[in-house]
Design a protein around this ligand. Structure first.
Ligand code: HDE
Length: 693
């Protein structure tokens, strides 16, 4: 109890007479529940020691600490989760007996984990990468895991290639970098020999791979699944998540800067929006089709490198997911959640998509390695909310206590003692009954052979700005590749997608246009574009859910700031006040307002639109600040809408932009002028800006 060191307070404090007494707080204990008497000093013989082995409180604490880490996910290590609910709006009883799609208004709890693929758990959020979009539905008939991505197709057609793909994209093994990026030799070397990856790499080089946030991206189940009705009849189904706020991405230059300014940009956005009650929402839509339609499609629906254009089979919205609860503990929930593609429920079934078949083996295996015991299903985040009754027993970390004398079946006991029984009546709705025959061999269907035609459809579906971004991304990535042969092979493949694309990429990296590679199947140029594949052709037309950054100084017009605040709230967006000092500013009316952020830590890349409303008295000082100059310079070059206050010109002049203020830079001099500015912000970016002057 005695010590020469000061006590930190906490659970104990020094009383009047020098003795310790308990405060009203809960008592700190060891893992065994014994009270801890001193959390600052280990048990020693004299000062400084030696420390005694018998100090069980110390040993318990260090032992627990030493074992805090579990293996991070081999892919999708960096992720962020949230709780929510899925509400069925348009039931599908005619095609599936799945419990959650039976009735309108049915609510199913969900847990969602968004992730990047390549980076480690500590990598930045805005890597150019595919995003995982994994949803666990806790249905009344078991957990259904829809483990998807934000891109509707995948790199490979057979799961056997997955380890190679992932090895290639991750850090190069000899040096351990680059981290969380595909812009290196190994990735493009592999891709250059995998023409089937071309379609997905086009998506990956598009703005889809740098989403504004999880709230603004689509999700896809990718594979074709089956719905089974009460008679066991099958309907093919593809799952799509549509963000209610619309799709949105950042620019590559923004992504690079966001990673420095706020590597947690995406998870913070998720946390902030849920905690302020602005719940992220997605509609779940399905594409349904029968066997005959499947036969008539341009591409094999079991080929995961292909999608079915919405224009061919329209989306049918069946429900809405709302994420309304943040996690309470990152490890217990986001890290320990174990998604398994094989977790399906009656009414939903697999197809023979070879990628899906391989995944069904992989996920269970990986969870055992990550979580260390088959009892991972008992961890609260993984435990079904419906009753679990099985004869599975024992194992590491068994937390349930099965009762009764019987742990096998069949048995001759009766009543509760007999334990659970299988329900054969459900056989036809859990596994599609079909005849299968064929040669046992390592085969790939002929119908999987066309690797370029749909990549071409994606390319021609993008608008000019999106095409520029794709070209820029290829040029950026291939410029990081050292081996010139790899660059040549990639461009040779691109020639099969589109001649102009290949020519532009070749010019961008400074090589002659190579001969095209030999496609396995003739490339089709008769397929029409699919406008639904473009983000910019489908603008949300709203500023809702977005964020305005307002740069203020002492003396800023209080009425103007007020008008911006209320206008932004009306638009369903949020506002952050940025000031040279975090303590805030005194406004024109003498009132002080605190700042949400200090200028150096709040670059314009963190906002969807900005307003600059300094006072006359402080503009000169502000215009000297490099962070203020970067703020307006970046906002301008990232095509943002800019509200320009009466006294802001000097700052724009300092960065050579004063004479270039365009229709996307709107004057906001009085409260009345803020309306037009905020209305413009609904367009998200002013793409007509000439940034190349
Ligand atoms: Fe995964 N994938 N994957 N994957 N995947 C994993 O499981 C795998 C694939 C996806 O937030 C792992 O729990 C194989 C496609 C997401 O916890 C592992 C193949 C799609 C997540 C695994 C694929 C995905 C994973 C690693 C090729 C989109 C994160 C950790 C056949 C439809 C889930 C883990 C989370 C995670 C294997 C391909 C999405 C190793 C073998 C296609 C969103 O089991």
């Amino acid at each position: 109890m005695t010590s020469d060191q000061p006590d930190s307070g906490g659970d104990t404090q020094r009383g009047e007479g020098g003795e310790f007494h308990q405060t009203s707080q809960e008592t700190l204990t060891t893992s065994q529940g014994a009270p801890v008497v001193d959390n600052q000093n280990s048990l020693r013989v004299g000062a400084p020691g030696p420390t005694l082995l018998e100090d069980q409180a110390f040993r318990d604490k260090i032992f627990r600490f030493d074992h805090e880490r579990i293996p991070e996910r081999v892919v999708h290590a960096r992720g962020y989760g949230a709780h929510g609910v899925f509400e069925t709006t348009a039931p599908l009883p005619e095609v599936t007996v799945a419990d959650l799609f039976r009735e309108a208004g049915e609510k199913t709890p969900v847990f969602v984990r968004f992730s990047t693929v390549a980076g480690r758990a500590g990598s930045p959020d805005l890597a150019r990468d595919v995003r995982g979009f994994a949803v666990k539905f806790y249905t009344r008939e078991g957990n259904w895991d829809l483990v998807g991505n934000n891109i509707p197709v995948f790199f490979i057609q057979d799961a056997i290639k997955f380890p190679d793909l992932i090895h290639a994209v991750k850090e190069e093994p000899d040096r351990g970098f680059p981290q969380a990026q595909s812009a290196h030799d190994n990735f493009w070397d592999f891709i250059s020999f995998m023409p089937e990856s071309t379609h997905m790499t086009l998506w990956q080089m598009s703005d889809r791979a740098i989403p504004r946030s999880f709230r603004f991206m689509e999700g896809f189940g990718i594979h074709t699944f089956r719905f089974l009705d009460e008679h066991g009849a099958s309907t093919y189904v593809k799952f799509h998540w549509r963000p209610v706020l619309g799709c949105q991405s950042v620019l590559w230059n923004e992504a690079v800067k966001i990673n420095g300014a706020d590597p947690d940009f995406h998870r913070r956005d998720m946390w902030d929006s849920i905690t302020r009650g602005d719940f992220p929402q997605w509609d779940l839509a399905v594409q349904l089709f029968d066997e005959e339609t499947a036969q008539g499609l341009e591409f094999d629906p079991l080929d995961p490198t292909k999608l079915i254009p919405e224009e061919d089979i329209p989306l049918r919205i069946v429900g809405r997911m709302t994420l309304d609860r943040v996690i309470e503990n990152e490890f217990a929930e986001t890290e320990q959640v174990a998604f398994c593609t094989q977790n399906i429920v009656p009414g939903i079934d697999f197809t023979d998509d070879p990628l899906l078949q391989g995944r069904n083996f992989s996920y269970l295996d990986t969870q055992l390695s990550r979580l260390g015991s088959p009892n991972f299903t008992q961890i609260p985040i993984n435990a079904p909310t419906c009753p679990v009754a099985s004869f599975a027993r024992d194992g590491h970390m068994q937390t349930t206590v099965p009762t009764g004398p019987v742990n096998y079946e069949p048995n001759g006991r009766s009543g509760a003692e007999a334990g659970p029984r299988a329900r054969p009546q459900l056989a036809s709705v859990t596994s599609f009954e079909t005849e299968v025959s064929g040669v046992k061999a390592r085969l790939r269907p002929e119908s999987f052979a066309d690797h370029y035609s749909q990549a071409r459809v994606f390319w021609i579906s993008q608008n000019d700005i999106e095409r520029d971004h794709i070209v820029d991304a290829y040029v950026f990535e291939l410029s990081k590749v050292v081996d010139p042969h790899i660059r040549i092979r990639v461009v040779a493949n691109l020639r099969n997608v589109d001649e102009k694309l290949a020519v532009r990429v070749a010019a961008g990296i400074g090589i002659p246009v190579p001969e095209p590679s030999e496609p396995f199947a003739p490339v089709r140029d008769d397929l029409p574009p699919s406008p639904a594949l473009s983000i910019l052709r489908n603008p949300p037309g709203t500023f809702a859910g977005r964020k305005l950054g307002v740069l203020v100084t002492n003396g800023t017009d209080a009425e103007l700031l007020d008008a911006l605040r209320s206008g932004v709230a009306e638009a369903g967006a949020t506002i952050e006040v940025i000031a040279p000092k975090v303590g805030g500013v005194t406004l024109s009316d003498g009132q002080s307002t605190s700042a949400d952020a200090q200028l150096a830590g709040a670059p314009a890349v963190l906002y969807d639109a900005v307003a600059v409303i300094p006072s006359q008295g402080e503009i000169d000082e502000l215009a000297k600040d490099p962070a203020a100059k970067d703020f307006v310079n970046d906002a301008f070059h990232h095509f943002k809408f800019i509200g320009v206050g009466e006294y802001a010109d000097r700052l724009f002049e300092k960065v050579g932009l004063r004479g270039r203020l365009d229709a996307g830079c709107l004057r906001i001099t009085t409260a009345a002028t803020t309306g037009e500015f905020l209305d413009s912000c609904a367009d998200l970016r002013f793409w007509d800006r000439n940034v190349f002057e």
